[in-house]
Design a protein around this ligand. Structure first.
Ligand SMILES: NC(=O)c1ccc[n+]([C@@H]2O[C@H](COP(=O)([O-])OP(=O)(O)OC[C@H]3O[C@@H](n4cnc5c(N)ncnc54)[C@H](OP(=O)(O)O)[C@@H]3O)[C@@H](O)[C@H]2O)c1
Length: 160
């Protein structure tokens, strides 16, 4: 079984998206996402893939969709999260969203890497509540964005 990490950026209310895109522009978080996921498999919902629009380089791209005809260059498509997990031969894989996939993957994941942005944004997609009985914070790095003065932290949670 691969070690499964959920990676996500959230606002203060757990918001993660609006109109199938990100509510904020935080280049430091995009760089952190690239650093964290490069060289690994990434699993995403079809809507998140649409919002990115292409397979991400240097990563094995796996897209979950109920449409068995769906296909895209550079992507392996599967019809369930379980099927995605069964494809994995790597030591590590990342669940990269969106809301539907995070909701279903939370019970399967071993680790959460969350960029907690200390602001409120208008969102229509949310990350599920993290149960402190099940998840333990193990690392926190606080930062302030040079570009737009947003305060944020890279936070790691391990499953208890
Ligand atoms: N802040 C962040 O870190 C972050 C990260 C990623 C995404 N996002 C945001 O999240 C939002 C998108 O989230 P979302 O919840 O709307 O969509 P999503 O989770 O990305 O994708 C949903 C789609 O995944 C497929 N799916 C879901 N469950 C499935 C299952 N059990 N079996 C087979 N297929 C399944 C379906 O595709 P079909 O309809 O094709 O069947 C469904 O429509 C966007 O706003 C995006 O920007 C934010």
């Amino acid at each position: 079984m691969s070690f499964l990490t959920i990676i996500v950026a959230t606002d203060k209310q757990g918001g993660i998206g609006i109109n199938n895109s990100l509510p904020w522009h935080l280049p430091e978080d995009l760089a952190h996402f690239k650093r964290s996921t490069s060289g690994h498999a990434i699993i995403m919902g079809r809507k998140t893939f649409d919002s990115i629009g292409r397979a991400l380089p240097n990563r094995r791209n796996i897209v979950v969709t109920r449409n068995s005809d769906w296909a895209h260059d550079g992507v392996e498509a599967v019809t369930s999260l379980q099927a995605a997990q069964e494809l994995l031969t790597e030591d590590r894989a990342f669940i990269i969203g969106g809301a539907q996939i995070y909701q279903q993957a939370l019970s399967l994941a071993d680790q959460l890497i969350i960029t907690e942005i200390q602001e409120d944004f208008t969102c229509d997609a949310f990350f599920p509540k993290i149960d402190p009985e099940k998840w333990e914070e193990t690392n926190r790095e606080s930062h302030c964005s040079e570009k737009n003065r947003l305060n944020y932290a890279f936070v790691t949670y391990k499953k208890k």
